[in-house]
Design a binder for this molecule. Structure first.
Ligand code: FE2
Ligand code: FE2
Length: 292
């Protein structure tokens, strides 16, 4: 067995030992606990702004709930794109290989996750917050065509950014139990996905020529921008009486939120940099997205 197969075998073993079925694992009918935030308040996109100062504690909690529903909506969107990419990756693979079998195992994980996120949105009572038409169509293009380094890099960016938030949420006992449980299940299973994508990405970079790397850098920066923009849908602000346009503008220039975005992308940005996937003319997009 080569390293690719050995990694896949290990991931298959862990998946068999430690996987969750959120449908039975989570008490979906438990009422929300009054007075608890859905994400640490300092991670809210408006934290520290004058708009935030103008909100009551109750409204701040309400906003945190809508921000979680927005992130879960983004999660479903990323995962749908990811599932299609992985199925296409599998299409070209030998089904007897561990690598191919793990690709399908990951698709199975994501199927459960997307149902979990859908149920989470439903349980919060918030609306589903879809991607903008532009991002929705960009996703449609990416999921139908992406292959090679930029495919696995885009997967990694989405997974690692969400993961940063979820690790913090699952460890924070002051937050709503439902979001902590959802985060815990997701963190445990995503650790395997991150491992798989990181190693596969490194192998693909090794065998890619300079033209392919240059193209990948551009698509990767664009994907990072979409993911960062997509986390908080501007319509969440309407839930606390703030015009979406105003909330969006305040969030964009909020140094606390910019620091949060940088913090969430730190790990994946460093890794992509090590692999030479950061740079070129599109690099400015990383900065404009406040991911660096
Ligand atoms: Fe997932
Ligand atoms: Fe994943």
């Amino acid at each position: 067995m080569d390293t690719r197969e050995r990694t896949a075998q290990r991931l298959l073993d862990t998946s068999a030992r430690l996987s969750f079925d959120p449908i039975v694992e989570i008490d979906w009918d438990a009422p929300a606990e009054p007075g608890r935030y859905w994400l640490p308040p300092r991670r809210s996109s408006l934290y520290g702004t004058s708009l935030w100062q103008g909100l009551t504690e109750e409204q701040r909690i309400e906003l945190s709930k809508h921000e979680v529903a927005s992130a879960a909506s983004a999660g479903v969107w990323f995962e749908t794109i990811l599932m299609e990419m992985l199925v296409r990756h599998y299409y070209d693979a030998d089904p007897t290989s561990r690598h191919a079998q793990y690709a399908l195992t990951e698709v199975a994980d994501e199927c459960r996750h997307s149902i979990m996120f859908g149920k989470l949105i439903e349980a919060t009572g918030c609306p589903f917050y879809p991607a903008s038409r532009f991002d929705h169509n960009l996703g449609r293009f990416l999921k139908a065509t992406a292959a090679g380094p930029h495919m696995f890099a885009s997967i990694l960016i989405a997974e690692e950014i969400l993961d940063a938030f979820q690790r913090e949420i699952m460890a924070d006992e002051s937050l709503q139990p439902l979001i902590r449980m959802v985060s815990r299940i997701h963190v445990v299973e995503e650790a395997r996905h991150v491992r798989y994508a990181r190693e596969e990405l490194a192998r693909q970079v090794e065998s890619a020529g300079p033209l392919r790397i240059a193209y990948a850098r551009t698509v990767i920066a664009r994907a990072a921008n979409s993911i960062a923009n997509r986390l908080v849908n501007p319509r969440v602000y309407a839930s606390v009486g703030i015009r979406p346009r105003d909330g969006r503008a305040a969030a964009r220039t909020n140094p606390h939120f910019q620091a949060t975005l940088r913090w969430s992308a730190e790990r994946v940005y460093a890794y992509l940099g090590e692999l030479g996937l950061i740079g070129g003319p599109a690099h400015a997009l990383w900065r404009r997205s406040h991911l660096i």
